[in-house]
Design a protein around this ligand. Structure first.
Ligand code: SF4
Ligand code: SF4
Length: 326
């Protein structure tokens, strides 16, 4: 029988054995009690029962601020170094794994971004099964079965059942001494809930719900705070700005997170705005989530993590767009 069982008592040894593969990061609680992916100094830092972090793991691949170009008179223009720190990101739930798989499609398959690619190559993904709460709907979207991981830990009685994903996972598992033989378990399957079919049918029809009264209702309530987009694991709006020093002797071009709910997002030189009204901005974000655009047209990019449902101060819920088909 294969050695693929990690007893609860061996978790500390397992984490030590992961150390050579990169700095260990995982779900922790900040001083303010907010769940966050952060470096792990000891196993007791881990919060394995977390539901979701406020800021998703996209921060490791697509940081809030990324220098693209620097200038100083003594060295001219300089590109930033591409090397990335090796990190083992532990405890990713299936929805966040699906979100990383989506970002890979955007930043590797669609338009290869060397900075994203370098960070992605340096990341080892260790998934962890979870229990949904009232905000989650990954099962409704078919994102409750893990994808794209190196190793996945499925909770079972007394510990975890380990599964390798990519080849890196097989190599890591082969060298572990913390595993023992466990009972056979079947791989978790997606529940593919009925509402998932409704969303996918709408995407297939390229449905944009042009007549839905919900847009006006949502736009009247939305505060344009941008929290739903900020915490979304698949939102990747960005802006590129140039900052000069006050003495005029150096400058940097920085890529920063942007937010399509902000009025400034659709504004161009001369003051024209592609999406002046809140209704337009709101609809743009949600249609992008469920319909996609460009080469990813038809790909649903919401993974049902529930973050936007939890943080929205006025409780706007996208799922209202997908009522039962009569
Ligand atoms: S739209 Fe909301 S539920 Fe869907 S992936 Fe983004 S934050 Fe999660
Ligand atoms: S979190 Fe809610 S209120 Fe804030 S921008 Fe998103 S939908 Fe609007």
């Amino acid at each position: 029988m294969a050695k693929d069982f990690l007893a609860n008592g061996s978790l500390g040894t397992f984490l030590e054995e992961l150390a050579p593969f990169g700095a260990l990061h995982g779900p922790t609680l900040t001083e303010d009690g907010v769940p966050a992916f952060a470096p792990i100094a000891s196993p007791s830092d881990l919060r394995l029962d977390y539901r979701r972090t406020l800021i998703p793991p996209k921060k490791y691949l697509f940081p809030p601020r990324t220098p693209l170009l620097e200038f100083a008179p003594e060295c001219g223009y300089r590109l930033p170094a591409i090397a990335s720190e090796e990190i083992t990101l532990f405890g990713l739930h299936p929805c966040d794994l699906s979100a990383i798989a989506y970002l890979d499609r955007v930043f590797i398959e669609d338009r290869p971004d060397p900075l994203y690619q370098a960070r992605r190559n340096a990341l080892t993904l260790v998934g962890l099964s979870c229990k949904p709460d009232e905000f989650c709907f990954c099962g409704e979207l078919g994102c409750d079965a893990p994808v794209g991981f190196d190793i996945f830990l499925q909770r079972v009685e007394g510990g975890f059942h380990l599964r390798p994903g990519r080849r890196r996972g097989e190599t890591i598992i082969a060298g572990l001494s913390s595993l023992s033989e466990g009972a056979e378990t079947s791989a978790p399957q997606s529940r593919e809930a009925e509402v998932s079919g409704r969303i996918r049918n709408a995407a297939k029809r390229q449905e944009t719900f042009p007549e839905s009264p919900l847009w006006d209702d949502f736009a009247a309530r939305c505060l344009s705070c941008g929290a739903c987009s900020l915490c979304c694991p698949t939102c990747y709006c960005l802006d590129i700005r140039e900052y000069g020093s006050l003495d005029g002797r150096s400058a940097a071009r920085i890529q920063e997170w942007d937010n399509c709910l902000f009025k400034s997002h659709g504004e161009i030189a001369g003051g024209y705005n592609f999406r002046k009204t809140r209704q337009e901005r709101f609809r743009y974000r949600f249609v992008h989530k469920y319909l996609g655009f460009g080469p990813l047209r038809g790909v649903v990019s919401c993974v049902g993590c529930g973050r936007c449902r939890e943080v929205c101060p006025v409780r706007i819920d996208l799922m209202e767009l997908f009522p039962k088909e009569g």
